[in-house]
Design a protein around this ligand. Structure first.
Ligand SMILES: Cc1ncc(COP(=O)(O)O)c(C=O)c1O
Length: 436
């Protein structure tokens, strides 16, 4: 309320004080979106919620979500309300909506809503965390050669600004034969006295390997036990390609920071993402972009920093494409309706089918491990004698949309998802078989 008074005093809040916040929030609740629910594990019903064209078999939907009906309806409702009366609509909702969104994220991903910051993408989250970590010149961030451009460049920018050292290690050489023991041994061998942060990626979009984050966290915990608190290592994970697949409570995964976009596997609005951090991790991080949350009241001298939930304080402020951000809870609700266990089982089943099929083709080299423990929703491979980009183009001509990995070493890549079925996988496999 104090903030509203302040904003009113600046002339931002005309009309806002006429509205009772609880009544308005009830109006803005996005549960009344019509026939847009789905039963647990109903994959055919789920597919019907997407306007995704049936002209193609879509084996790259993870890249950027098509909005399912409940998400699209909520976006449309917010958009309309903003277009009709942006000032009032914002004032009616801004005081509580971010914490509502973070709480809905926590219901899906685990942890506490107050520990979740809202971002626009994985990249923004990585940039915020790696820019904000409190480190001294000479401290080392250890990362891997398997990370995405967005991790690499967030770290490179940080190093250029601050004298923090970056070192890269390979956790495996041959992805298809990756093993937990080897990953742990390499991690243990690479950490040195200066290492303060270990940056890694849960599921590698370069190879499809899913890292054993829990076991890696256990190793880091062991090392931390022998260190003073100022020398302890923070474990930061780009989790975007396990999020929306693995039935995992993120707060129990073992990492200190978990960063993900919510516009890929989660089917959230394009331009949304989250950062979850435990209390220790947030305590070692400065905000980079001022938040438009209760932190504003601290600036006004009306609240103390301790009164502001850390996730809100760390959520980049300024006005956003609010109709997208505010519709994010619908995506979490949809996943919870489907059932996290069912989602994990289904995506792994379709990926297993894909890998088993490819493994039988003598002209195909598979790079993603067969083991479900070490892979998730991405399958990387090569077709003998055909470069990956040509594979992608030829498949497109056959009505199948897939991708190649956007890394220095390029592979062909399938991403079987909840929007595919067994028949589609067989059709795609048949086209790869025909390339022999
Ligand atoms: C592992 C990984 N991290 C980050 C990104 C970037 O994600 P965003 O578009 O949400 O910034 C990608 C892109 O797909 C990715 O594969």
């Amino acid at each position: 309320m104090q903030r509203r008074e302040f904003l009113n005093s600046l002339g931002f809040g005309i009309g806002a004080s006429l509205l009772a916040p609880s009544a308005v929030l009830a109006q803005s609740s996005s549960t009344d979106v019509g026939v847009s629910t789905v039963r647990a594990g109903d994959w055919k019903g789920l597919r019907k919620l997407f306007p995704l064209t049936h002209d193609y078999i879509q084996l790259s939907t993870f890249l950027l979500a098509s909005h399912p009906k409940p998400v699209a309806d909520a976006i449309e409702k917010h958009r309309r309300a903003f277009d009709e009366n942006p000032s009032d609509y914002w004032h009616e909702n801004f005081l509580t909506i971010d914490s509502d969104i973070s709480n809905s994220a926590a219901q899906y991903m685990g942890g506490k809503g107050e520990n979740i910051a809202l971002t626009d993408s994985t990249t923004m989250g990585l940039g915020m965390v790696y820019s904000g970590l409190k480190l001294q010149a000479g401290d080392e961030i250890l990362q891997t050669v398997h990370d995405h451009y967005s991790t690499d460049m967030s770290l490179a920018h940080r190093a250029n600004r601050s004298g923090v050292k970056i070192r890269r290690i390979a956790l495996y050489d041959d992805p298809v034969n990756v093993s937990v023991e080897d990953v742990i041994a390499r991690l243990k061998g690479a950490i040195n006295r200066d290492t303060r942060v270990f940056a890694a990626t849960w599921v590698h979009s370069s190879t499809g390997v899913k890292l054993p984050i829990r076991e890696m966290a256990n190793e880091i915990e062991r090392i931390n036990k022998s260190r003073k608190s100022a020398q302890q290592i923070l474990f930061c994970v780009d989790g975007v390609h396990g999020f929306g697949i693995e039935n995992q409570d993120v707060s129990e995964l073992g990492c200190d920071f978990f960063i993900a976009g919510t516009h890929k596997w989660i089917f959230g609005p394009r331009g949304t993402g989250v950062i979850w951090g435990n209390d220790k991790a947030w305590a070692q991080t400065e905000a980079v972009i001022p938040s438009f949350s209760a932190s504003y009241d601290v600036w006004m001298g009306r609240a103390s920093p301790e009164q502001v939930p850390v996730g809100e304080h760390m959520s980049p402020g300024g006005f956003h494409s609010f109709e997208h951000r505010w519709a994010l809870p619908e995506a979490f609700k949809l996943h919870l309706q489907l059932g996290k266990e069912n989602v994990e089982k289904r995506i792994h089943q379709l990926n297993q089918q894909t890998k088993s099929g490819l493994a039988k083709m003598s002209h195909v080299t598979l790079y993603t491990p067969q083991s479900s423990a070490l892979s998730s929703g991405l399958v990387c491979f090569d077709v003998e004698g055909i470069d990956p980009e040509t594979v992608v183009k030829r498949m497109h001509k056959k009505g199948i949309i897939m991708s190649s990995t956007p890394y220095r070493t390029i592979y062909a890549r399938f991403a079987p998802s909840l929007l595919n079925n067994e028949q589609e996988i067989e059709t795609a496999l048949a086209e790869i078989r025909a390339m022999a």
